[in-house]
Ligand binder design. Structure first.
Ligand code: SAM
Length: 275
């Protein structure tokens, strides 16, 4: 039996405060994506920052949106994916984040890049989206739903704000296989320190259906994303994250401890609202 703590109760506001603290640690120039990279080949040594944009592009291509359409970015981080999509596709992107600090930073970065008329950022909880019914052509959620108290409620909200036929593309983390006893501490530290739960991939299709969405595609992208990302993070030396964790513990998450955890999976999922 697994002793992975994937059911810890999550309080959205605590996630917001965690990201507020992380945002304060960033330097002014840091405006990057906060998600895994994507590498097709084992010998591809593309730096994480570029490989992360590649994952954004892969997901964007699956949204099937065109210039002038409206995209919702659920859990938008510092706005890098939203700004990239606005520039690449010409879509209008509305991002939401539970972190006030991220929203302030994202607005500043968008203004600096002259993109304020293409992207807008809102401090809001994805469990209660501040948008009208059927107001978006598509939605994207890059590595954000694992922080949310109830995935199904988030999918109900996304279903509500999508127009009929609109697509949702997301990435999420899941337990790909039973996590061996000697690797469970590393995974539990990651889940605890970053306030996350792992998805049950077996339940995804029915969870989407209960929220009114139809399953389209599910890809296991673990091999192309997880190991390289943690290796590069460990090699490049993480910033000292200590100040962001309120609890003083001597056992904190470390990317190096996650490199060999092949059972920690990443999935890419596409769903759509029936037309
Ligand atoms: C790992 S970051 C990913 C950020 C961004 N999608 C990216 O790829 O750069 C997770 C994001 O989810 C947001 N988030 C977590 N829980 C949320 C909630 N309940 N409502 C809105 N945003 C939330 C966080 O504030 C953060 O922006």
């Amino acid at each position: 039996m697994s002793s992975i703590d994937s059911t810890q109760p999550i309080v959205a506001e605590e996630v917001g405060l965690l990201y507020d603290r992380l945002t304060q640690l960033d330097t002014e120039e840091a405006g990057g994506s906060l998600h895994l990279g994507y590498w097709d080949l084992d010998d591809d040594t593309t730096p994480l920052v570029e490989a992360a944009d590649r994952l954004t592009d892969m997901m964007t291509d699956r949204l099937r949106i065109t210039g002038g359409q409206r995209l919702l970015d659920v859990g938008c981080g510092l706005g890098q994916p939203a700004m990239r999509i606005a520039q690449r596709v010409g879509a209008h992107v509305s991002g939401v984040s539970i972190s006030e600090g991220q929203i302030a930073r994202a607005r500043k970065l968008a203004a600096a890049q002259g993109l304020s008329d293409m992207v807008e950022f809102h401090h809001a909880d994805a469990m209660r989206l501040p948008f009208d019914d059927e107001s978006f052509d598509a939605a994207i959620a890059i590595e954000s739903v694992f922080h949310m108290p109830d995935r199904e409620q988030v999918f109900r909200e996304i279903h509500r704000v999508l127009r009929p036929g609109g697509r949702l593309v997301l990435t999420d983390f899941f337990e790909r296989g039973p996590i061996p006893a000697d690797k469970q501490t590393a995974v539990n530290r990651l889940l605890r320190d970053f306030i996350m739960t792992l998805a049950d991939p077996g339940d995804y299709v029915s969870m989407l259906a209960r929220a009114g969405l139809r399953f389209v595609e599910l890809l296991d992208i673990t091999e192309q994303s997880v190991r390289q990302t943690f290796s590069q993070m460990a090699r490049d030396g993480e910033r000292d994250l200590d100040p962001i964790f309120e609890e003083e513990t001597d056992s904190k998450f470390s990317p190096a401890d996650m490199i060999d955890v092949d059972e920690f999976g990443s999935l890419l999922l596409v769903a759509r609202k029936p037309a």
